[in-house]
Design a protein around this ligand. Structure first.
Ligand code: ZN
Ligand code: ZN
Ligand code: FE
Length: 758
């Protein structure tokens, strides 16, 4: 073939294309098609040139995005013709990593089918090796210390590859070409079994010994990918109750790990979509309806009709689970609300009082990363916690802005770094209520700034002056500070993830957010876009008697709402009479009446708490959101009835829930299932009616539903149905949680858009 019959293309490939086996894939494809040229990683992704017959080059360009490796996300291929140069060889050119790393490491990924087959193959050199991985699977984000993503900058740096591993690592045709965590029993990490005092137990097979301990009913701390789990058998009430007592966790459900899909099906009701999510490489915890015959101790999820189930995602889990042959409790390794333990010394110190034995390994975890949690709905699965498996995949921003960091909210904190039109939301940090979580936030932000070479010009914060995230943001010198109102951030997050630059009406319902007037907002109907908003409607405010204590004691909100509705407040009505002392009820009623130590709130979360308490479902909570979760779970989904919840014609509109609460009290004899359903229906109708009226006034065709309250499936589905039926386009969060885990991304979207506007 002469040069005249050849063509040459240069192509830039953008997206998640590094650390995912993209270059070897390009090499194999080019070699198969007989093309000459080269491929390299650079700061923007992958750059390549391919030369050969027009037919072969066309086929190459077509197959490039279509057949990319499983972990690659090809966002753009930008081809450009070049003069042919001749030659026959195709080369992988070693990278010179200069400039800004933009194409980041991929998230941690569940063991792939090929590795799983080798893991269970007695003739394979990695038979039963708990750290088997390849370019298509294994730890990534949790082991990366810096960029470029190369072995010396991962927690695998201390392990020198043996000759066999090295040969795989250097062979472009091998599945382990440049797989940074590549290892085998001869050269890689290994597991050990420890006593709680740190003494090693000499064992031939620590994994099997751990399974024996589990079967005997002992609690085993298991070091995983992003942190430690506490594991125990799920079918023994005695064992699970002991774990709960030691962990100081009262009612909050414990997650389960099932050995395989078949076992998961025996625990919960699964649709085909649910099953797809369970086996997806992100391997989240899926919340699904518990089967009546599930062999699970009541203490796993007391008071809940659902179970949180996941499948094994690390080879260590696969071995543990297949040896155990039965579902296990796999809950995060911590005491009550502390962050999950991930550092070995710290884990021993903190978990020694909980675990009877420790299954550990010597591959350090650099970033602690909790399991992610999703909850399917009739629309799309709702992200409840976005962390391991999803982080640090990037999201787009509708309006590009300068480099920035957004510090998020207080509860369920995440942070977000962004530059240009890209944003990276960090792993779940947790509730910023102690030094440990604040330190995680600080370290997480510093890590992301380094990984992504973001030198922030803007640092974005919530308006709440007492949030530790706000204080952290304001402590940064040499940057511009931007405050974003909490519910505006919720609205903007949902708009931005859907690529929306325009305005919409948003029903933003949550527990608590600092309002522009300094009051506690949480039942907001906003009209706005990325750069601004107006408050077009709100839940009629009531008192929060005793402030924070009203969040822990929903019966106080029942009292406050009844005071607001001018009901007879001498004694608690219905089932509450048994749960609350009449004297305390009167004292709290007096607080609500006078307003002493009782700020005003428009929180829909607190209204739901009030109804939950009135029904006798939950008068005092042991974890955030418990009253709402339990009220939703008892609702009779077939019930069409409703209560009055008028939307007044004021400016802004008022959702007046006083008649609703009175109707609830009058209907208590119907029982919690019907009262809950009718109340949810009333709230959905009022929210939809208010959105429609506002949309009409403002000539808008799009509605956003977000805020932590919309983790409530019943409310989300019913409100969305009503809005869609009335012809509005409904946007709800998909890739980020509706709860405060999504706030940092919303802050980033707002700040970027404001900066672009100047
Ligand atoms: Zn693999
Ligand atoms: Zn090796
Ligand atoms: Fe919120």
């Amino acid at each position: 073939m002469t040069l005249a019959t050849r063509i040459r293309n240069r192509a830039r490939v953008e997206g998640t294309v590094q650390g995912v086996g993209f270059r070897p894939f390009v090499y194999r494809l080019a070699t198969e098609l007989g093309l000459a040229g080269w491929v390299l990683n650079d700061e923007r992704g992958v750059l390549l040139e391919a030369e050969g017959s027009a037919e072969a080059v066309d086929a190459f360009m077509r197959r490039l995005p279509a057949e990319a490796p499983p972990l690659a996300v090809v966002e753009r291929v930008l081809p450009e013709p070049r003069p042919p140069e001749g030659g026959t060889a195709f080369r992988i050119v070693e990278s010179e990593r200069a400039g800004i790393p933009d194409a980041l490491v991929s998230p941690d990924t569940a063991t792939c089918e090929d590795c799983l087959r080798e893991l269970l193959d007695p003739s394979d050199r990695r038979y039963r090796y708990p750290f088997i991985n390849c370019t298509n699977c294994g730890p990534r984000f949790t082991i990366v210390r810096g960029v470029p993503y190369d072995r010396p900058l991962t927690t695998m740096a201390g392990f020198e590859m043996c000759d066999a591993c090295r040969a795989e690592y250097e062979d472009p045709a091998d599945r382990r070409f440049h797989a940074q965590p590549n290892a085998c029993p001869a050269c890689g990490p290994s597991v050990r079994l420890l006593e709680p005092d740190g003494r090693a137990l000499a064992m031939d097979d620590p994994l099997r010994a751990a399974v024996v301990a589990l079967t005997d009913g002992r609690i085993v701390a298991v070091k995983g990918v992003g942190g430690y789990h506490l594991a125990c058998r799920a079918d023994s009430e005695r064992v699970v109750a002991r774990l709960r007592a030691r962990k100081h966790r009262e009612d909050k459900p414990l997650a389960l790990m099932a050995p395989d899909l078949e076992a998961a099906r025996s625990l919960v009701e699964l649709t085909p979509d649910d099953e797809e999510l369970l086996v997806a490489r992100e391997r989240p915890i899926l919340i699904a309806r518990r089967r009546g015959d599930a062999a699970v101790a009541p203490s796993v999820a007391p008071l809940s009709p659902d179970l949180g189930v996941m499948l094994p995602y690390a080879p260590l889990h696969h071995l543990l689970m297949s040896d155990a042959g039965t579902p296990l409790v796999m809950t995060s390794g911590n005491v009550s609300d502390e962050p999950i333990a991930y550092d070995d010394g710290d884990a021993l110190a903190r978990l020694a009082g909980i675990a009877d034995i420790f299954l550990v390994h010597d591959r350090p975890i650099h970033m602690r990363t909790d399991d992610s949690v999703v909850r399917p709905t009739a629309r799309n699965p709702l992200m409840i916690r976005r962390s391991r498996g999803y982080v640090p995949a990037s999201l787009g921003l509708p309006v590009a802005g300068p480099p920035l960091v957004a510090c998020g909210a207080q509860l369920k904190n995440t942070f977000c770094v962004a530059k240009g039109a890209r944003a990276w939301v960090g792993h779940h940090i947790g509730d910023l209520e102690n030094w440990e979580t604040l330190r995680s936030l600080r370290e997480g932000i510093a890590h992301f700034e380094r990984l992504l070479a973001v030198e922030p010009q803007l640092v974005v914060h919530d308006l709440h002056p007492d949030y530790l995230s706000t204080k952290e943001a304001l402590e940064r010198d040499g940057v511009e500070h931007v405050g974003v109102q909490h519910h505006h951030a919720h609205l903007a997050a949902c708009l931005a993830e859907h690529g929306e630059r325009g305005r919409a009406v948003g029903a933003i319902f949550d527990g608590t957010g600092y309002g522009l007037d300094g009051a506690i907002w949480g039942g907001e109907l906003l009209v706005g876009g990325l750069t601004g908003f107006e408050r077009a409607g709100l839940l009629r405010p009531v008192r929060l008697p005793g402030g924070e204590r009203a969040i822990e004691e929903p019966w106080r909100m029942a009292c406050a709402w009844l005071v607001a509705a001018e009901a007879d407040g001498r004694r608690p009505p219905g089932p509450l009479a048994r749960l609350v002392d009449a004297d305390r009820w009167q004292q709290v009623g007096a607080l609500a009446q006078s307003g002493a130590a009782s700020p005003l709130t428009t929180s829909v979360g607190r209204l739901i708490d009030a109804v939950s308490a009135l029904c006798g479902v939950r008068a005092r909570v042991n974890y955030e959101g418990q009253a709402a979760v339990e009220l939703e779970s008892v609702a009779d989904r077939g019930e069409p009835g409703s209560y009055p919840l008028p939307v007044t014609d004021d400016e802004p509109l008022l959702l007046d829930a006083r008649p609703t609460v009175l109707a609830v009290v009058g209907d208590l004899d119907a029982g919690p299932a019907l009262v809950s359903a009718r109340f949810h229906n009333a709230l959905a109708r009022a929210a939809a009616a208010a959105c429609l009226r506002i949309a009409e006034r403002a000539a808008l065709d799009t509605a956003v539903l977000s805020g932590g309250v919309f983790q409530n499936r019943l409310l989300l589905e019913r409100t969305a149905e009503l809005l869609s039926a009335a012809g509005l386009r409904v946007l709800t969060p998909v890739r980020l949680p509706p709860n405060d885990g999504g706030v940092s991304y919303g802050q980033a979207a707002v700040a970027a858009a404001l900066a672009a506007e100047g």
